[in-house]
Design a protein around this ligand. Sequence first.
Ligand SMILES: [Zn+2]
Length: 490
Amino acid sequence: MARDAESGAPSAATSLEFFSQISQTEWPQIPNPWAAGIAALLYQLEQTQWWPEADLAERQWRQTKAILQHAWATTPLYREIYGRAGLAPDDIRSRKDWQRLPVVDRSMLQAAGAAWRSDSPPQDHGALLQHFTSGSSGRPLHSISTTLTHLFKTALVLRQHQWAGRKLGCKAAFIEEVDGGAAAGIRHSGTWEKATEHVVRTGPALAISLRLDTATQLEQLRAFEPSYLIAYPSVIEALARHCLSHRISLPFLQQVGCFGEVLDPACRTLARQAWNVRIVDMYSAKEAGPIALQCPVHDCYHEQPEAMLVEILDADGRECRPGETGRVVLTSLHNFAAPLIRYEIGDLATRGRTCACGRTLPVIERILGRQRNMLRYPDGSARWPSLSETGFAAVFAQAGDMPPVQQFQLVQHSLARIEARLVTARPYTAAEEALLADYLHGEFGPHWQIDFSYPDAIARGPTGKFEDFLSHVAPEAMPPDAGPQEGDAA
Ligand SMILES: [Zn+2]
């Protein structure tokens, strides 16, 4: 439960205010059916976070078996790989048996295509939702989920706001992908995000495109004065460094939220130095949703066993003990449309010990990998180099029989040159390369020289993660900031 930071007691400011659908019923609210489902989930999550570990494990195992049986019966991919392993559904009776199931990775899901989908997702799980992830891993993936999956995701996002002690009536700024329709990469909104829309009342929100340069983002933040800033760690780091070097303070800021990338502990220190605020992190992935939320009290992460089974496996495929680091393998417990069962996401994590906060949800001490860089420009600015998924897909839609990109990596070699490393069935023709180059020029600016190369595979980075963008241009190699110096010291 979100409690007032000073007294430790819940207050109106930290409680969720649902929209009331009944006339003249101001308080307490009677939410609409969608929000009522979320409220019911949140009510249960309030209890389960304190349950004895054995109770959590037992209930989670029941749900795990349900998704496994469904996948086995209705999903060609799993039927095939489990059959090949000589396994039948009745063989999996315990968590020990569970470890006999083969692990799948992104390339297997990619190759499976439609065979990854259930041929009969339960009707009452709602509409099918499409997701295209260009992915921090550089392997584009098309996944589907259901309204039910979205319900769980929404409840976990709200749990995260509550754990972080955020007052939803305050202003929040998000630095993220802002769709092309928004003027100059800025979008004002009356609700914080999709999870809060039509569900709970929030203060106003500002979405700032992560493609804008750091100085412009900062200008927008200072005009809006949000209490909360939520963005990728690399964006936070760039903003904090800019504020420190230009002696800019953000006195309105109460807390920073991170998601989407691995948070380096140094970034927490940087946010304290720059703005005297705490960072609260969420470990999530587009294809899987929230995986673990930072503890309300400590810097470690709690898994969300009500929605996902997280395994951290050593080189022999055994569960890591506290303090050991291994591969993260996920089983999403409520996506019956494209089941994710023992999915190796490509991250490394360190298993944590029981948390002193008293919550019994399993602990991840630290998440490693998924390092990303900023694209450096000749004028000294730096931008987020991500590619819009729709734009990327449009190139292929335009190009007829262009084989898909199995894996890609962009490498900035200088302030003028980007190498696009592509793993494809065959090298692209000059005409196909020209289409891609046009698209990349549109994303990053027209001045770049873009060279294409076609390696057989792209190796993991030093952190064990596939990196989709690497910069060989160090920040210190850049020309001094030519922009006007801002002198409003803290
Ligand atoms: Zn804790």
